[in-house]
Design a protein around this ligand. Sequence first.
Ligand code: HH2
Length: 267
Amino acid sequence: MGVVNVTPDSFSDGGRFLDPGAAVRHGERLGADGASILDIGGESTRPGAQQVTAEKETERVLPVIERLAEASSVRLSIDTMKLEVARAALAAGAGVVNDVSAFRVDPEMAGLVASSGADCCLMHMRGEPRTMQEDPRYEDVVSDVASFLEERMRFALAEGVPEERIWLDPGIGFGKTVEHNLELLRRLDEIVAIGRPVVVGASRKSFLGTLTGRAVEDRLPATIAANVLALERGAAIFRVHEVAELRDALGVAAATVGRPSWTTPDS
Ligand code: HH2
């Protein structure tokens, strides 16, 4: 899953793809590099990020989704917590709703996903982006995250989303310390055991900067290490900024552990 951030302030590439033409070219490039999904977002979720209105967010992502839906055969995912944004994106050709609030910000999102037949990614986040990094604590981070994801999955099922349309994500960096992130990756098999495809978004995140001392644009080797280990522990979808390099690394890792398939779950 390649990241297309149509934002001025994303933590690693803010402002680079705010222009729709630049975002579309970037998406096409990631598709050519081997992404099977493009995740398009119009609002940064970095700690302390400014919220944007649904109108602004739609204005950013919609032209990009429309043009990528025409130009590319890669599946499109909308990274949003807002119902109106998701509705417009699905109508324009997106087939996945990636909601980092797991339907908590807008519970009606579940009904929209159910009626549209889209896939959805339910992610764990402690609190909300503005405050999530303020002294995060868990009793046991892995079992707390697993319980949260199971509860969100029950909610989605009750709202009519078929189980085979649900992906789960432990939310690396969302209300977690470095040690919490490492524990989640180390014990990712416990999240995989819930029985749905697991998405991992470790790409360029700050815990990798803490561990390596590298600036955000120099975290590719660290990103590869985290994703390869996530694959070994059973992750199915890797949300990354640098697709070509990750594709090679994950292809070798998958072959080594005897994982044959590179198809998108349930596509
Ligand atoms: N991480 C980010 C955004 N969306 N979605 C899922 N499912 N999992 C993640 O780990 C995840 C996500 C943050 O990364 P990025 O989009 O590069 O930054 P920003 O939120 O600043 O735009």
